[in-house]
Design a protein around this ligand. Structure first.
Ligand code: MEV
Length: 440
């Protein structure tokens, strides 16, 4: 691309595709064909997708799979998971099946508080600012009533506003640190609208506040925005059983398995290099449910990793221990999820995914999602401390290569067996495949 483009957003979809093909593709016709192949055949569905974002040229498909047999608080769930990585759904299903006979998953909502902040600069006497804050808070709430009244009717709303002195970090920097209850909504629009309203009232009223001198009256709002760090929007999910019931593995006794498992988790608790990968595996489960249910996985990722570092060192989101012969394994993770508003209304696939889960409210979705993360981590750690991770991965890898090669179902079955005791590198699979085709 040699020249910047002007007015790109004004082009039609066809013109945008032609432009990108002309400027980026070695073989424009082939590129255009692929882009169009992924257009939805139903014009209405395609229009919906076109309008989700700007400059849409095609769709990016992710598979959605089902991990059945999750027993959560004595209720059964089949969990929809949208993810491109092979083995994730299989691992979740396997973990669900393992725990269904051992009491299933138990969960607890620890909190549902969301946070937003108005960041501002104030030059002057802190005591006067505190007095002003106290006097203006009722008006900030009153002026935001248009935004908050519906949420309040349903039992949510603004649950607290505090003034925070951050001048130790940046001279003259303060915050209005605001807490919200947004019920079944993720609440981003609600929170940001409230914050912008608070900021407006705060700034305007400062100009009329008699105790302030001219400098103090000039409060500068830097920004008003929700925080994706929600340490009090927290859910816990847990599994436990007698150590002797951990009798799945042939290589290790249940006691050895429990000991090795607890050790592997404790390594992730103290060693950031391991913790990041350990938590990445957890997020395989979490993100796939978050995406399937139309929630914002970037927000969830950011909040989860910040929580993992809350004590100053990046650490594991899961924990395990053996006490009095009982193996316990649990996760504590902040999940600001919604089941109303946003994509949940717009995306037909999201509607279906929520229906598969029995139309959960936000709390239930937090519980289900945390369980998916815990199950994923159980599966990953179990593989790592026993057969190793490659065994399962290589089978999926093998199938991916065979699919690319256009193998039939019969050929796939043959090669899964053939590579049971061989390393399925890409070149080895291609060579074996070509040989089979040449001889048949
Ligand atoms: C791969 O996507 C995830 C794992 O690396 C997680 C882990 O190591 O715990 C298998």
């Amino acid at each position: 691309m040699k020249q910047p483009v002007q007015g790109f957003s004004k082009l039609t979809k066809e013109e945008k595709i032609n432009w990108i093909a002309e400027h980026s593709f070695k073989n424009p016709e082939e590129g255009i064909e692929i882009l169009k192949k992924y257009w939805h055949t139903d014009a209405e569905v395609q229009k919906l997708h076109d309008e989700f974002i700007e400059n849409t040229i095609s769709n990016f498909l992710l598979p959605i799979g089902i991990a059945p047999n999750f027993k959560i608080n004595d209720q059964l769930y089949a969990i929809p998971m949208a993810i491109e990585e092979s083995s994730v759904v299989a691992a979740a299903s396997k973990a669900a099946k393992f725990w269904i006979d051992r009491g299933g998953f138990k969960t607890e909502i620890i909190g549902t508080e969301k946070i937003g902040q108005v960041h501002f600069m104030y030059h002057g006497d802190v005591e006067k600012l505190k007095e002003f804050f106290k006097s203006v808070t009722p008006l900030m709430l009153e002026n935001a009533a248009d935004i908050t009244q519906n949420m309040e009717k349903r039992g949510g709303g603004v649950t607290g506003i505090t003034l925070k002195d951050k001048t130790n970090s940046i001279p003259n920097y303060y915050q209005l640190h605001c807490a919200f209850e947004t019920l079944d909504a993720m609440g981003a629009n609600f929170i940001n609208s409230c914050l912008e309203s608070f900021a407006k009232t705060f700034k305007a009223e400062a100009l009329n506040y008699n105790s302030f001198n001219e400098t103090e009256k000039d409060i500068q709002i830097v920004m008003s925005i929700l925080s994706n760090y929600v340490p009090n929007c927290l859910v816990k999910a847990e599994v436990s059983c007698k150590v002797e019931d951990l009798n799945e593995d042939k290589e290790l006794t249940p006691e050895e398995f429990a000991e090795k498992f607890v050790r592997a988790v404790s390594i992730a608790e103290v060693e950031p290099y391991r913790a990041v990968t350990h938590n990445k595996g957890i997020m395989n489960g979490i993100d796939s449910v978050v995406i399937a249910t139309g929630n914002d996985f970037r927000a969830i990722e950011a909040g989860a990793h910040a929580y993992a570092a809350k004590n100053g060192t990046y650490s594991s989101l899961t924990h395990a221990k053996v006490e009095n012969g009982i193996f316990r394994f649990w996760i504590e993770i902040p999940l600001a999820l919604g089941t109303v508003g946003g994509l949940t209304k717009l995306h037909p696939m999201v509607k279906v995914a929520l229906e598969m889960l029995g139309h959960p409210d936000a709390k239930k979705l937090m519980e289900i999602t945390a369980v998916a993360g815990l199950a994923q981590n159980f599966g990953a750690v179990r593989s790592l401390i026993t057969s190793g991770i490659q065994k399962g991965h290589m089978k999926m890898h093998l199938l991916n290569i065979l699919n690319q090669l256009g193998a039939t179902e019969k050929e796939k079955a043959y090669f899964v067996n053939y590579f049971k005791d061989k390393t399925a590198t890409h070149s080895a699979v291609v060579a074996a495949f070509e040989q089979l085709r040449a001889t048949s």
